[in-house]
Design a protein around this ligand. Structure first.
Ligand SMILES: Nc1nc2c(ncn2[C@@H]2O[C@H](COP(=O)(O)OP(=O)(O)O)[C@@H](O)[C@H]2O)c(=O)[nH]1
Ligand SMILES: [Mg+2]
Length: 446
């Protein structure tokens, strides 16, 4: 990557009026531009009170100038912060003045991108900066802090180092192709494989929890027509969001509702009941329901408790690929005080009377936070990270099988792929379009 030499400027504080507003500069000319505006020579890490001057000498505002000398700054370049009054007009004028003096307007995320390019943050940490800024509650903020401090990155790097060691061992064995692998430390190699696979599984579970902390749990309500899916959505949302009638086929389009359970976000999606036939609109609704299930973390399967078996058969195919499901035996009020359900994933509920909803809430809370999450040591992660870890896990399993079949060259290639997948997370192996994609989702000034 070629070093960036141009100087960027942006308002770093939130849009709108505030007590203080900050314009941030980063790059080789940051100091010179700031000194021209302030009319004083800056000392590193010293708060200078200054008058910020326009081109014609008029005062734009007065405030504080702070210079962080490279490389001891957020971006690793010379950074200057001009702290003015938090007026959008004043801040826009200050940025404009920086541009007249040779700076360029920063793109969203460009300060963090430079921090990454200069080795101040790895990619997962830079993403954690954006997650911290966007965190909706204290739990999510703490988890983002942990990712920012490098908790997640350290675990990824440790596994990458293990995979690299295995790779080196396998590559070396290829050079002694005449020897069977077992005379070349094969047993030790297999033990290393198993240890790496074990750590990777643990990290994958933690990353999946981290992803749910960040993105929330995507729960799709499915079931046969008239089982009470829309009634359940209304009961969980605490309002009459969906139309409820006793006419099968009432819900045709998807209906999204976001609820929060103890700080974890849950997106509930009501869908059209799954059945054979129906008119063109209802069939389109069922198609959408199936599409939505493809993205679901959790299927909330609503059954009419009086005929649960028929309901289960109706949805079996549609939910086969959903990672988790909860079986809601609805309309329990219509049954005589019924037998206890088989396990924690089958819940008797009445959307009408509210019976069983507390137990459902508790179960959803556990699922949304991730089983055994506890909050301790949790870090935020993204779908991109989970995907990379899954690929690494798949390649590692493949490599292990290839090793057992004495196909060392294939095993080496799979290990290379696993190693690269891990490297994508921290950005140590990277594609430039991936970078652009990640940093453009940041806010300007960060
Ligand atoms: N007795 C009883 N009726 C319910 C319950 N939940 C829903 N219903 C009724 O079942 C019918 C279908 O409900 P709806 O929510 O539209 O079902 P959907 O087609 O699965 O969305 C309506 O007449 C509801 O009033 C329940 O827990 N108990
Ligand atoms: Mg409905």
């Amino acid at each position: 990557m070629t070093p960036t030499t141009d100087t960027i400027a942006a308002i770093a504080t939130a849009p709108g009026a505030g007590g203080v507003g900050i314009v941030r500069l980063s790059g080789a000319r940051a100091r010179a531009i700031a000194e021209a505006i302030c009319g004083v020579a800056l000392t590193p890490r010293h708060a200078h009170y200054a008058r910020f001057a326009a081109a014609n000498g008029d005062t734009i505002d007065d405030g504080i100038a702070l210079w962080f000398r490279a490389p001891a700054s957020y971006t690793g370049e010379d950074v200057v912060e001009l702290q003015a009054h938090g007026s959008p007009v004043v801040l826009a004028e200050l940025v404009q003045r920086c541009i007249e003096l040779g700076a360029r307007r920063a793109r969203p995320g460009e300060f963090s991108e430079r921090a990454f390019l200069n080795g101040k943050l790895d990619l997962a940490q830079a993403e954690a900066v954006a997650d911290l800024i966007a965190a909706a509650d204290a739990q999510a903020a703490r988890a983002a802090r942990r990712a920012l401090e490098g908790e997640f990155s350290r675990r990824v790097e440790a596994i990458a180092a293990d995979v690299l060691a295995i790779r080196v061992h396998v590559e070396a064995a290829i050079d002694f192709a005449d020897e069977p692998i077992d005379t070349l430390g094969g047993a030790q190699l297999r033990a290393r494989f198993d240890a790496a696979a074990h750590s990777l599984d643990e990290l994958l579970r933690a990353a999946e929890r981290g992803r749910r902390l960040r993105d929330g749990l995507h729960a799709v309500i499915v079931g046969p027509p008239n089982a009470g899916k829309s009634s359940l959505l209304n009961a969980l949302a605490g309002s009459e969001r969906a139309i409820v009638t006793d006419i099968a086929g009432t819900t045709r389009d998807l209906l999204h509702e976001v609820v929060r359970i103890d700080g974890v976000e849950l997106t509930l999606v009501d869908t059209a009941g799954l059945r054979e036939g129906g008119d063109a609109i209802e069939r389109e609704g069922m198609r959408r329901a199936r599409d939505e299930l493809a993205r679901a973390d959790l299927a909330l399967v609503v059954l009419d408790a009086r005929d649960a078996e028929a309901g289960r058969r109706a949805v079996a195919d549609a939910i086969a690929a959903v990672p988790q499901r909860l079986w809601i035996h609805n309309k329990s009020d219509l049954l005589p005080a019924c037998a206890t359900p088989p396990d924690a994933d089958h819940l008797p509920v009445s959307a009408r009377t509210g019976a069983g909803l507390d137990a459902l809430h508790a179960r959803l809370r556990t699922l949304a936070q991730g089983e055994g999450a506890g909050g301790e040591g949790a870090f935020t992660a993204r779908a991109r990270h989970v995907d990379a870890l899954q690929r690494a896990r798949g390649e590692l399993a493949l490599a292990r099988a290839q090793l057992d079949a004495d196909a060392l060259e294939l095993a080496a290639e799979s290990l290379r792929q696993a190693h690269e997948a891990l490297g994508e997370i921290t950005g140590h192996v990277r594609a430039d379009d991936l970078l652009g994609h990640i940093f453009s989702s940041f806010c300007i000034g960060k």
